[in-house]
Design a protein around this ligand. Structure first.
Ligand code: FAD
Length: 438
């Protein structure tokens, strides 16, 4: 039985095309789901949009570098708990030292990571933690209002699989430890259902019986193919006159009357406004206009079991193992874990071996493993995204830093960025999401 009544949801006014004299030209840097959603919402308001990305999700392209490609495909509408929780200082050192832990680090990167880690610890204090849960809860309540119009217009609703998402706890003790977060989720209006051992077994008979309790997030859903969803958005964008430029943006050059996005191939694309939505790569671009942003990458992996998409009915996760097993059209995707170490370093096979091994323990029927993948979550220390004007130049908007929940929040981010650029008052206070909060 659902356990909670949702709190109020702020109203999002319909976006109508603006009068001609209020329309602007916009370059969006990055064709991940966040960039695509920004571009589509901006088009709805009548703006002329160009997207720059070396690898947009167009037929025949890779898209492998985007976190939007390889995630756990779960629109996790209950995910209002940040990664930094009170008690993190006592849990993390032990986790970092355990080889099979879902958390690992490139130790050589520790000095570079220190400011980010210090801010993570600050964000995990009781007061900050509770404040952050409130902000995330609000974004979660608006998430579907940001997604649905895009799903519908892109004719992609058939990709939604509304079967919820299941969390499992190995023992009564680990379930009891999760109570604080469950209570907070309830406070934020997240609908959940407690399942006993028998109910879990009935729902998911292929799971090894290594659980004492289950928690079903009723409103979460999976997207059967995140690449197909991105391609549907890209195709809609083009059909509405949007242009893709296949290149890497190296810098934003502010001029008196317009901005220029300088690309690797030497091109400079002029526009009235620029949106930086380049995921984990956004920090370097922001730096070119003088903004220092505490963004880093949380590396995450997936392993695909191509023949086993039918072994579960919904994304399933033991929080202590740090990955989801998501049944998809292409197979069972075990996706998650966190590796601190920034961009640029190659994948470490030991990390996917741990995911594969653990997946087999939890779901013994898994067959041969196929593709493995490394991706880069764009992460801020407080688990909140940056949805903000640049402090240095108000013509630049930032839309990145969504960490573990960028698929979930892509749509609402696009909508809020559209409000910023169109001069509308956003439906929520964006102060907690400002670029210069660290
Ligand atoms: C293992 C894993 C599991 C996850 N599971 C989930 C989940 O189940 N649910 C959820 O909500 N979230 C999940 N996430 C998080 C989610 O995938 C990300 O938060 C989200 O994809 C970020 O989207 P984005 O558009 O900001 O960045 P990306 O998808 O990374 O896109 C960035 C784009 O910018 C382009 N780019 C980079 N630099 C430049 C440049 N200089 N010029 C031009 N283009 C550039 C890249 O080519 C890329 O296409 C998961 C992440 C990982 C790694």
């Amino acid at each position: 039985m659902p356990l909670s009544v949702p709190p109020n949801i702020p109203e999002l006014k319909a976006i109508k095309p603006l009068p001609q004299d209020r329309r602007v030209s916009v370059v969006v840097v990055g064709a991940g789901l966040v960039g695509l959603s920004c571009a589509l919402w901006l088009q709805r308001a009548g703006h002329a949009v160009t997207i720059v990305d070396p690898e947009p999700p167009l037929p025949g392209n890779g898209y492998l570098s985007a976190a939007s490609f390889g995630n756990a495909c779960t629109v996790a509408l209950g995910a209002c708990i940040p990664i930094g929780t009170p008690g993190i200082l006592s849990d993390v050192p032990g986790m970092l030292l355990r080889r099979s832990s879902p958390l690992s680090i490139f130790w050589g990167d520790l000095p570079r990571l220190l400011p980010w880690l210090v801010d993570l610890v600050r964000a995990s204090g009781q007061r900050e933690f509770h404040r952050i849960v409130g902000v995330l809860g609000m974004l979660m309540r608006l998430a579907e209002a940001g997604h649905n119009p895009l799903f519908e217009e892109a004719q992609a609703t058939h990709l939604k699989r509304p079967d919820g998402c299941l969390y499992l706890y190995r023992s009564e003790r680990s379930f009891a430890r999760a109570q604080r977060d469950i209570d907070l989720r309830r406070r934020e209006g997240v609908r959940m259902e407690m399942l006993d051992r028998k109910a879990v077994k009935e729902r998911e008979p292929h799971l090894a019986p290594l659980y004492s309790n289950g928690l079903l997030f009723n409103d979460a859903y999976r997207i059967d193919d995140a690449l197909q969803y991105a391609q549907a958005l890209a195709s809609l964008f083009q059909s509405k006159g949007g242009q893709f430029v296949r290149s890497i943006s190296r810098a934003i050059e502010p001029g008196d009357r317009s901005l220029a996005v300088r690309c690797q191939d030497g091109r400079a694309i002029e526009a009235d406004r620029v949106v930086v939505a380049a995921g984990a790569w956004s920090r370097q671009l922001a730096r070119t206009v003088g903004d220092q942003i505490r963004l880093d990458a949380e590396r995450g992996y997936h392993v695909l079991f191509p023949r086993d998409g039918n072994l579960l009915s919904a994304p399933t996760c033991y929080p202590e193992h740090g990955f989801y097993m998501t049944p998809l059209g292409e197979g069972m995707r075990s996706a998650g874990t966190v590796e601190l170490g920034g961009l640029g370093k190659p994948a470490r096979p030991a990390r996917t071996e741990i995911i594969e091994k653990m997946s087999r323990v939890l779901l013994p029927g898994l067959g041969e493993a196929g593709r493995t993948w490394l991706g880069f979550r764009p992460s801020m220390p407080d688990s909140l995204p940056v949805i903000s004007r640049s402090p240095k130049d108000a013509r630049i908007a930032y839309a990145f830093g969504h960490g573990h929940i960028g698929l979930t929040l892509a749509g609402i981010t696009g909508r809020l960025v559209c409000d910023l650029i169109s001069g509308h008052t956003p439906a929520i206070d964006l102060h907690p999401l400002r670029a210069d909060r660290f």
